[in-house]
Design a protein around this ligand. Structure first.
Ligand code: C2E
Ligand code: CA
Ligand code: CA
Length: 742
């Protein structure tokens, strides 16, 4: 309700203004009605200050005082007119009228001072001066000068006569300032502006009519009355509370089209006046116009230079943005390359590349928010650990780079070693405490001026550091050969897949009680034309890195399924009941992996119940897409085996999040099973866990009969290892007669 007071007053005040014109003009009644509206507005301003608890009450009291002084002036004038029946000019009423202006102007000054932001507002101030001087000149030529030059009036009359337009000129300047200012205006402030504008329009029109026409000025009372109404409404609007305080939302001092037009028109007003007939003949006018034109010209120059400065400032800002990394505020790759080029041209330079270990894992496991926070913390550490001569950049992802111009090898190595220590401290984000390792490669710019070659060397060194999981590495030519080797393997894999150099071999998984091969595990081999059979450990990591594992894995799956179906057809019930296929993390992360598996099953005629997919703990540890894929596979009826079980970090925890059917107990626990010690304790515990959870356990890497016997004694039913059979293309399934032996 109280939020709408202003609106009710605006409506009531406008109605009262209309009613005022219904009263016989110039009668005492209409005059008193006029005073009543003015007085009400005054009271409402004070009420508004109390009601909305204005933050800047002083300016409102100035407005109220100005209004009140006016009303008093009117009453004085009416006293002379209706009581004493005289109309003196100047009269004591004029003192009141005139003294009201400084109060209003002072209020407006307070309003604008509170709102302005010095630096940004300077341009607006210049704009205001251009508008005020341009319009002021016109005002001078048409209003002030004629009044001042009126030879029929006494000097005193002339002084009072000029005082009014002078007050209006002041008001004009304030309004020019008001409307060219920056920042959004609240409703209350807009009403204030309207009130002052109405006052100015009323005054100026009055002066013009007085000077140049015989028209009746009575209608102008509407402007003044509505000005009162707006002043009151402004004070009643709830947004008055913050009027005169800093604007909440500041737009930059934009130079919009309309503002340009306004400035152009106002600065052309001075010379334009000279084109009017009869103007400029008077020496005083000429002086005023010439002086005004000069000042306007200078102001426009100031404004232009300010504008040029602003453009420059914005260009700098844009460059900063284009050269900085959004997330961390460090330099970005562009700036780094630029700096590197410059430093190489200048002479000695050291470059370090730094890559966080398992950042992808953090992102997948804990979400991107945590990942981002981690990057920000690392960036901060880099910044504080390094002196300002070192340019630190984020090159993208989790890769950072340091540029150390002029540093020697020893200096750079020292800096980097210190940095590696700093990074070892755990990072706390939210409830997580993360230990992040970083791999760092360092190089100098020896013998090259190509920034990309320097970055490549740093990259090679960094990969070497990452692979060896050791301290910062410095680039050396030998590293190139190793990484060439990697790149070559990557390229060769493609050819190998296209030309059919891969084979799948099968290793039996046997039932300890019967010795029967109940399942086989498919294991891939690379039959290299020159180097012979290459074990998977030597090429699977490369295939994972370059993504070929996705295609290769699909081929393995298809081959294994086809084989399983063939064996079924050939050996019937003697063929292994299940086919186990290894699936890498990269495959699980591939969208639609479960659909692909379903399609392969369909295509090969293999039933889902015959397939087991082996995944490692680390592949599903991250959660997210990989776990979803495993879930989807499980939903298809495929069994899930956790490979190398026990070697991961949270083996038991995983059993709650991932649907698991089989635990493949890692060879490291089986190796020591025949002697007392930790491994045998773990192997014992694991069989109990899997029994408790209703899972099947498979002992991996069983090499001796003793191990097999011990496992059986512990309760293991299934086992796999060289003792039972190596992985081969065609494992010997027992002939029907032999099965009966058990
Ligand atoms: P894995 O899944 O744990 O496979 C078992 C590995 O242990 C095989 O090595 C197998 O030959 C070996 N092994 C079996 N019994 C014994 C034993 O009694 N003693 C010893 N010392 N070793 C034994 P392989 O075939 O070299 O495979 C190594 C790894 O390569 C596999 O470990 C698996 O992680 C990966 N891999 C193999 N084939 C594939 C595949 O088709 N796809 C994917 N994604 N990975 C594969
Ligand atoms: Ca496996
Ligand atoms: Ca394994």
């Amino acid at each position: 309700m109280r939020d709408r007071y202003w609106w009710w007053w605006l409506a009531a005040g406008s109605l009262a203004t209309a009613a005022y014109f219904l009263l016989p003009s110039d009668g005492l009644a209409s005059n008193l009605g006029y005073d009543a509206i003015g007085l009400t507005a005054t009271v409402l301003i004070v009420a508004g200050v109390r009601l909305h608890r204005a933050r800047r009450p002083a300016m409102w009291y100035l407005f109220a005082a100005g209004q009140f002084t006016w009303v008093v002036g009117d009453l004085v004038w009416e006293y002379y007119r209706y009581v004493l029946d005289v109309e003196p000019y100047p009269s004591p009423a004029d003192y009141f009228y005139l003294s009201a202006y400084p109060m209003l102007v002072a209020g407006l000054v307070l309003l604008m001072r509170g709102r302005s932001d010095a630096a940004r507002d300077f341009a607006a101030l210049v704009d205001a001066a251009i508008v005020a001087i341009g319009l002021g000149l016109v005002f001078w030529v048409f209003v002030m000068h004629p009044i001042a030059a009126d030879s029929t009036a006494s000097t005193f009359e002339r002084i009072v006569g000029v005082a009014y337009p002078a007050a209006d000129a002041l008001l004009l300047a304030m309004l020019a300032r008001f409307y060219t200012g920056v920042g959004t205006r609240s409703q209350s402030v807009r009403l204030l502006g309207a009130a002052a504008l109405l006052l100015l329009i009323g005054d100026v029109t009055y002066s013009l009519i007085e000077l140049y026409s015989d028209a009746d000025e009575g209608i102008l009372d509407a402007a003044w009355l509505l000005s009162y109404v707006c002043w009151g409404a402004s004070a009643l609007h709830p947004s008055m509370r913050t009027a005169g305080t800093a604007p909440e939302q500041v737009r930059g001092a934009r130079v919009g089209r309309s503002r340009l037009v306004l400035l152009a028109v106002c600065s052309l007003l001075a010379p334009g006046l000279l084109f009017l007939p009869g103007i400029g003949a008077d020496p005083v006018d000429r002086l005023a116009i010439a002086g005004g034109a000069v000042v306007l010209f200078l102001l426009v120059v100031v404004r232009m230079s300010g504008f040029v400065g602003q453009v420059q400032h914005q260009a700098d800002l844009l460059e900063d943005l284009a050269m900085a990394d959004d997330l961390t505020g460090l330099a970005n790759r562009r700036r780094f390359e630029h700096g590197l080029r410059t430093a190489l041209a200048a002479g000695r330079v050291q470059v370090a590349l730094l890559d966080l270990d398992d950042f992808k894992g953090v992102n997948d496991r804990l979400g991107h928010g945590v990942g981002d926070h981690l990057l920000i913390v690392i960036a901060q550490r880099l910044r504080t650990a390094l002196r300002s001569e070192v340019l630190v950049a984020r090159m993208g992802g989790d890769e950072f780079a340091l540029l150390m111009p002029g540093a020697t090898n020893a200096e750079a190595d020292r800096i980097v070693a210190r940095l590696a220590d700093t990074l070892r401290a755990p990072v706390t984000t939210g409830e997580h405490e993360l230990l992040v390792g970083a791999s760092i490669g360092v190089t100098d710019g020896y013998g090259t001026d190509d920034p990309y070659e320097v970055l490549r060397r740093a990259d090679v060194a960094m990969y070497a550091a990452k692979k060896a999981a050791d301290r910062p590495r410095r680039y050396a030519a030998e590293l190139d050969e190793q990484s060439d080797e990697q790149a070559r393997v990557g390229a060769e894999l493609r050819t190998a897949l296209d030309t059919g150099q891969f084979r799948v071999v099968y290793q039996p998984i046997v039932a300890l009680s019967s010795g029967r091969t109940v399942a086989v595990e498919a294991l891939v081999r690379w039959d290299h034309p020159e180097r012979g059979l290459i074990p998977p450990d030597r090429f699977i990591p490369a295939a994972e890195r370059n993504g070929l594992i996705v295609e290769l894995g699909e081929w393995i799956l298809r081959t294994a399924c086809t084989q399983a179906v063939e064996w079924r057809a050939e050996y019937g019930d003697l063929a292994p009941e299940r086919m186990s296929v290894n699936v890498s993390a990269r495959q699980l992360a591939e969208p639609g992996f479960a659909d692909l598996v379903a399609a392969v099953l369909e295509e090969t005629g293999m039933s889902a119940g015959m397939l087991t997919v082996e995944v490692t703990e680390t592949a599903v540890f991250g959660g997210g897409q990989a776990v979803q894929a495993v879930q989807d596979l499980h939903d298809l009826g495929i069994h899930i085996a956790l490979d190398d079980f026990g070697t991961g970090h949270s083996s038991l925890g995983l059993l709650q999040t991932v649907p698991v059917d089989v635990l493949k107990v890692d060879k490291s626990f089986i190796d020591g099973i025949t002697t007392a010690g930790r491994p045998s304790v773990i192997a014992t515990a694991l069989i109990q866990v899997s029994a408790g959870l209703g899972l099947t356990a498979v002992a991996e890497g069983v090499e001796t009969a003793e191990q097999a016997a011990e496992l059986q004694r512990l309760g293991y039913e299934l086992a796999q290892g060289y003792h039972f059979g190596r992985p081969v293309a065609e494992p010997p399934f027992p002939l029907p007669g032999l099965v009966a032996r058990h």
